[in-house]
Design a protein around this ligand. Structure first.
Ligand SMILES: *Cc1c(COP(=O)(O)O)cnc(C)c1O
Length: 381
C-alpha cells in the first residue's frame, strides 16, 4: 500500500528556525537572530497576545461566532460584503481554496519564477498543472502585463505576487488591469498581497470593487495574510477577497473551522491595533533602506519586509552568516541561485545583519584571493 504518485510533488522548504540551527551547531539559541522567514521582529500585537490568553479557556467550542466576527471586521476594513472574504488557515489555506474553487483536473495555473513555491504545490494537490513566467534579473524583476502575457496560454489562474517574494518588486495596478483585460474570461488573476502593508500602494481590491477610476471586475481576487505585518505567522490566519459573484463557492470549498478560535480572536484584536502595524511597517522601511545603503553587494529595491542580495555564492554566504549567528534565506529553492534574502529586523538586528554580511563577503573574498595566489605559486613541472 502506497500513497499516490507524488513524484511531481516537492516538499516546501521553510526558512530555518533558531532552535533547529542551534541544536545542529551545538550552540545556544540566544546567539542567533532569525531573518529567514519574513516574520515580524516586533512579535504580535500585545492586544492579540491578550486575546489569545483570554480565549484559552473557550477552545472546547468550535469557532463559529469568532469566524463570523472576524469576517465581518475584515469586510468592514475593505468595505466589501462578508461573502467576499474567504477566511483560511493562513494565506496558504486561501491559496488552496482558490484552487479548489477553480481547477478541474488537467487545468493549469501560471506562476512567477523566481517565486513562492506553494502556488505550484497546491495546484498539483488539486490535479492541476503548473506553467511559469520568468521575472528577469536583468530587468530587476520588473513585473509587467506583457511579461506575463508572453507566457500566458489560457491558464485558469495567473498568480501575481506584489510585493514579490523574494525580490521585492511590485506590479502597478494599471498593469494588472491590462493583464486581466487581455486574458480569457475564464482566467482568474490572483494578486498575492502577503506583503501589501509594507508597500505604499493601493490594493488590487480597487479592481474588484471598481474604485478609484477602475471598472469593477469579476476576474480578480486578492490574497492577504496575518503572518507578516500582523506578526501572527504561528497562528495561521489569512484570507482571499473575491468578486461578489464568487461568494457562494466558499461554503462548498472551505475546510470546516480551518481558522481556529484562537486565530480568529487574535486576528480580531490585531486588526484593531493599527499602531502595531504602523510601527512594523516603519521598522521595515528603515531596515530595507539601511541594508540597501550599507551592504557591500547589490541589494535590489524592495517594497516588502525583506531585501534580496546578490552575493555570488549564496550557499557559502548563508552558511557562514549562520555560523556567525544570523540566519538568512539562501534563495536557490526560489530559483535564484547566487542570492540571499534578508528579512527586515529591529534596528539592532538590521545592524548585526549588515555587519555580518559584509564581514562574510570580505572573508570569502580573502579566501578566494589566497586560493588564487597559492595556485599561482605552484611551480610548473
Ligand atoms: C508568507 C506568504 C504567504 C502566506 O503565508 P501564510 O503564512 O500561509 O499566511 C503567501 N504568499 C507569499 C508570497 C508569502 O511570502
Amino acid at each position: 500500500m502506497q500513497p499516490r504518485d507524488l513524484s511531481d510533488h516537492v516538499a516546501y522548504q521553510a526558512g530555518r528556525g533558531i532552535e533547529e540551527v542551534a541544536r545542529e551547531l551545538g550552540r545556544d539559541p540566544s546567539e542567533f537572530v532569525k531573518l529567514a522567514s519574513n516574520e515580524n521582529p516586533h512579535g504580535p500585537s500585545p492586544a492579540a497576545t491578550e486575546a489569545i490568553r483570554e480565549t484559552a479557556s473557550s477552545v472546547s467550542s468550535y469557532p463559529k461566532a469568532a469566524h463570523a466576527d472576524l469576517v465581518a471586521a475584515i469586510a468592514d476594513r475593505w468595505d466589501v460584503a462578508d461573502e467576499q472574504v474567504w477566511l483560511a488557515n493562513g494565506g496558504d489555506g486561501a491559496i488552496d481554496y482558490l484552487h479548489r474553487a477553480t481547477i478541474e483536473p488537467g487545468d493549469s495555473i501560471l506562476v512567477p519564477t523566481p517565486g513562492f513555491a506553494y502556488y505550484g504545490m497546491s495546484a498539483r494537490f488539486h490535479h492541476g498543472d503548473v506553467a511559469e513566467y520568468g521575472l528577469s534579473r536583468a530587468d530587476d524583476f520588473a513585473q509587467t502585463a506583457d511579461g506575463v502575457l508572453e507566457h500566458y496560454d489560457g491558464e485558469r489562474i495567473v498568480w501575481l505576487t506584489t510585493p514579490h517574494n523574494p525580490t521585492g518588486s511590485t506590479m502597478a495596478l494599471e498593469e494588472i488591469e491590462r493583464l486581466a483585460a487581455a486574458t480569457d474570461e475564464e482566467t482568474l488573476i490572483v494578486v498575492d498581497e502577503a506583503y501589501g502593508e509594507f508597500a505604499d500602494r493601493e490594493s488590487a481590491l480597487a479592481l474588484i470593487e471598481g474604485r478609484d477610476g477602475y471598472d469593477s471586475r469579476d476576474d480578480v481576487a486578492v490574497l492577504r495574510t496575518f503572518s507578516k505585518a500582523y506578526g501572527l505567522a504561528g497562528l495561521r490566519l489569512g484570507y482571499a477577497v473575491v468578486p461578489g459573484e464568487w461568494g457562494e463557492a466558499y461554503a462548498r470549498v472551505n475546510t470546516p473551522f480551518a481558522a481556529s478560535e484562537l486565530a480568529c480572536r487574535a486576528g480580531l484584536a490585531a486588526i484593531e491595533d493599527g499602531d502595531h502595524v504602523e510601527r512594523t511597517v516603519e521598522t521595515a522601511r528603515e531596515s530595507r533602506e539601511r541594508m540597501r545603503e550599507s551592504i557591500d553587494a547589490h541589494v535590489w529595491p524592495s517594497e516588502g519586509n525583506f531585501v534580496l542580495v546578490d552575493v555570488g555564492d549564496a550557499g557559502a554566504v548563508a552558511e557562514e552568516m549562520q555560523e556567525r549567528g544570523v540566519i538568512v534565506r539562501d534563495c536557490s529553492s526560489f530559483g535564484l541561485p547566487g542570492c540571499i534574502r534578508i528579512t527586515c529586523g529591529t534596528d539592532a538586528e538590521t545592524g548585526r545583519a549588515i555587519e555580518t554580511c559584509n564581514d562574510v563577503l570580505a572573508a570569502l573574498e580573502l579566501d578566494a584571493d589566497s586560493r588564487r595566489e597559492s595556485e599561482a605559486e605552484v611551480p610548473d613541472t
